[in-house]
Structure formats: structure tokens, C-alpha cells
Ligand binder design. Structure first.
Ligand SMILES: Cc1ncc(COP(=O)(O)O)c(C=O)c1O
Length: 296
């Protein structure tokens, strides 16, 4: 964790088209996004000075905003350019990029039809989402109390701030019990994902992952599926019930922040960090390097 709070870091933040000093990038307490979670965001990583799959992330940001009923007042190209310029300005090769868009202060009820849409981008150094020593042994997950909601209940395809309320609650509850994270089931009781990453399992050399019909189909998830197919591994996207975890041999998480992280334990179920997991961890590490990105 950074020693200083995040509002006290150095450098600049891109804020509605301007680069402003980090500590001056402030919003008022009466901001719709803060009260009603009318906010969408992205999480991206740069490796060796290049942002991995930047265009896909920016397009998802725009799609998340569209799903929440607002339009980002910039073009995809302008946001891409702002991310790239800010990365250079911050002077990092490896970094985490956080674009965020939210409804402002013009109206403060549930209805916010005329609120200005604000957009900001911050970039900081965020080495490993899970402790590196735990990561290689495999992290331990609890099973969360909260479930991913039915798409008829919440806009589950948007990377919307409001959907993270149950993620923070679940992660806090897991951490209080000594776990690194929590597995969330979906509203039907099927295996869904972790609080900020997708999940995969391995059994008899075949990779199994839940169908993303009520949670994010992560950019890392899709990248890892492609990498697995390049190695001729069979990948099955399907419904996975929690009891099936007793039969799975390996398990890993994927996400921009988590990258590929092996899992050793989920509630009563145990997994080993096996060859397929290790190969995909290494393949992902190679794929994100700028030279590989340019070759794609
Ligand atoms: C809830 C959740 N699921 C899945 C993911 C993985 O998505 P991606 O691989 O696009 O980062 C993330 C991270 O953004 C997430 O927060």
C-alpha cells in the first residue's frame, strides 16, 4: 500500500481536459456520483511505457457510461491520447491507469438529467494486487455472503462504481477472516467471480470458466482464453456449480490488477499451483510487454 493517502500523491491528474496538479484535482461533496454512484471507471496497466489494450479499456468506459445513461463529452481517441500523455508526464514505465467518469453537482436528487459529465484520469504505481509471496503459493479465498445480481436487477455489464459496493463488503469480510479475497456466486448460486477478477479452474488438462452472463467479461479473461487456445488447451465456458470445485485441481484469477493469480483455497476446497496455471501466468507476463503488444 502507498504510504501517503491517494489524494496526497505527486504529479498531475487529467481532469476534464486539463492537466491539474495532483492535490488540486478535487470535487465538491455535493456531487451526484458520490451520493448516487452515478460513476463508471476503468482499471488499466502500463508495461514498459505502453498501456495494455488501451483502446478496449476506453471503449468499455464509453459503453459503461452509455449503459448508465450518460455520454462522455470526449472522443475515444481523446481519452486514449490523454492516458498516453499523462503516462509520459507521470514518468512511469509500469503503472496503473484509472479513468473515471461521473455525474456532477447541477442536480442532487435521484434524477440528474442536466448534470455535467466529468471525466478524470489518474496514474500511479501499483505493483502487485495480491502480496507477491502469497501470489506464487496461491491465494486463499473465502466464499462471499453477497451474490452477483441478476442482470434484471442491476446493469451487470457496466464497470459501474455502484456494483462495487458488494465487492468491498465481501472483500472486507474475507480479509477480516484472514483470506486474501472472496469468491462471489451469482444470484442463481453459480460460481461467478472474485471481487475484482474473473475465475478459472483446471481439471484433467481442460480449463473451465463461468459464462460471463451477469459479471464483467474481463479484458484479461479474454486475453488469457486466447493465450490458452494458442497453447492448444481446451477452454470450456459454462455454468459451474460450487460443489464442482471439489473436483477441480487448479484455480486462478485474471484481471488487470490481479493479472494471473493462482488460488490455493476457496472455502473448503483446495487447489495446487500446476503447470497450466504457471504457463498462463508466464504467457500473460510476456503478452503484456510492449514488443508483443506491437506485434499483435
Ligand atoms: C468485478 C471485476 N470482475 C472482473 C474484472 C476483470 O476485468 P479486466 O480483466 O478487464 O480488468 C475486474 C477488473 O476490472 C473486476 O473489477
Amino acid at each position: 500500500m502507498a504510504s501517503a493517502p491517494f489524494d496526497q500523491l505527486d504529479g498531475h491528474i487529467w481532469f476534464n481536459g486539463e492537466f491539474v496538479p495532483w492535490k488540486d484535482a478535487k470535487v465538491h461533496v455535493l456531487t451526484h456520483g458520490l451520493h448516487y454512484a452515478s460513476s463508471v471507471f476503468e482499471g488499466e496497466r502500463a508495461y514498459g511505457g505502453a498501456i495494455f489494450k488501451l483502446r478496449e479499456h476506453t471503449e468499455r468506459l464509453f459503453e459503461s457510461a452509455r449503459i448508465l445513461g450518460f455520454e462522455i463529452p470526449f472522443t475515444v481517441e481523446e481519452i486514449d491520447q490523454a492516458c498516453n500523455s499523462l503516462l509520459k508526464m507521470q514518468g512511469f514505465d509500469d503503472a496503473y491507469i484509472r479513468p473515471v467518469a461521473w455525474r456532477g453537482s447541477e442536480m442532487m436528487g435521484v434524477s440528474a438529467q442536466s448534470n455535467k459529465i466529468n471525466v478524470a484520469i489518474a496514474i500511479w504505481q501499483w505493483p502487485s494486487y495480491f502480496k507477491p509471496e502469497e501470489r506464487l503459493k496461491g491465494i486463499r479465498l473465502d466464499i462471499a455472503q453477497y451474490r452477483r445480481p441478476d442482470p434484471a436487477t442491476a446493469p451487470s455489464k457496466a464497470k459501474a462504481a455502484g456494483l462495487y459496493m458488494i465487492c468491498t463488503l465481501s472483500k472486507h469480510a474475507a480479509e477480516a477472516k484472514g483470506y486474501a479475497d472472496a469468491l462471489m456466486l451469482d444470484w442463481r448460486g453459480r460460481v461467478a467471480e472474485a471481487t475484482g477478477a474473473n475465475i478459472f479452474f483446471v481439471k484433467d488438462g481442460v480449463i473451465h470458466t463461468p459464462t460471463p452472463d451477469c459479471f464483467l467479461d474481463g479484458i484479461t479473461r479474454r486475453t488469457v482464453i486466447d493465450l490458452a487456445k494458442k497453447r492448444n488447451y481446451e477452454v470450456v465456458e459454462r455454468t459451474i456449480m460450487p460443489e464442482e470445485m471439489a473436483e477441480f485441481e487448479q484455480c486462478f484469477l485474471t484481471g488487470t490488477a490481479a493479472e494471473v493469480t493462482p488460488v490455493s483455497e476457496i472455502g473448503p476446497y483446495r487447489f495446487t499451483v500446476g503447470e497450466i496455471t504457471e504457463n498462463l501466468m508466464n504467457d500473460y507476463t510476456n503478452a503484456v510487454q510492449p514488443i508483443k503488444q506491437a506485434a499483435e
